[in-house]
Design a binder for this molecule. Sequence first.
Ligand code: MRU
Length: 361
Amino acid sequence: MDTKKALDFETVELDDPNSALVIIDQTLLPNEFTYLHLTTQSEIWEAIYDLKVRGAPAIGIAAAYGAYLGIKGSIAKDFDSFYKEFKTVKDYLASSRPTAVNLFWALDRMDTCVQNNKNKPIAEIKEFLRRESEEIKAEDVWVCKTIGEYGLSLLRPNIGILTHCNAGQLATAKYGTATAPIYLGTEKGYNFKVFADETRPLLQGARLTAFELHKAGVDVTLICDNMAATVMANGWVQAVFVGCDRVAANGDAANKIGTSGVAILAHNYGIPFYVCAPTSTIDMECPTGKDIHIEQRKPEEVSEKWYAKPMAPKGVKIFNPAFDVTESKFISGIITEYGIARHPFKPALEEIFQKKAASKK
Ligand code: MRU
């Protein structure tokens, strides 16, 4: 199958004439492929909280469109009132999920756009916001493709690759981050054998990664999270690629719960473990993984969500962190759109940001 055709869907889109954010309802996949047209702020907030749209870059894009739509109908006559309204919209959307830094990064970009244009008429500021949100999405396509090219340079044909959660097309505007080298390699006939961890409790690996890779004609095998050691011990995995929600300045990386265990296993079996991270996911203000706010989610996601009947005794204590932090010592490289950072990560990441700054001049 032609991967370009298989990836021919939009994860997040702006329908400006109808003032709507258009997303695929990812909670219904793989059984139903349904687009939602969200027009109110509470619909957009809930779509992010409920993981109808999810994955760090896609959350950022959705929030940018949400901020534009939230302020598009403003009847404010002066900048101060307009900016006050904008801040209310921004703060509300920012409260939808805490870990993925792209949410705050995208909203801050929209904020900067408002402030940089404060002397312009309100109608023009709104137009700048629309353009900025479209720019955030367009940039993500380039970012993911470039991460894919750097990632692919580390790989050879016919190898086994393991991934965790969904850092794919469904988590970004296109290509995904961890899946980008897989898609680009598949277009070149690399014939990778991909193992997708199912990703308890919300099954992003089973419902989303297996779905999109299979649709794209990639050789993908779904495994339960607790089978990763077995496929590694069997010698079936030569590299691990994962996405991330926030990378701290020292290279510690927060990603979907279970990622850290995969990294420790990869270390044990001598398998390189790569984190694919757009620079929008790297938070140099955050010194280490210990400073990353980890989202705690509802206990029912563990005990009942995907079952016909509850699968845990009523009233039992449940711990449900959505993410964990992989210590940088288990990470072989952090693949960004400005190159691959390696140990020691702090100066390497600083250099990545210097390259980014230089490219903007
Ligand atoms: O809770 P989710 O589904 O939003 O978690 C997603 C992940 O952890 C992804 O791996 C991460 O956001 C990177 S997406 C390119």
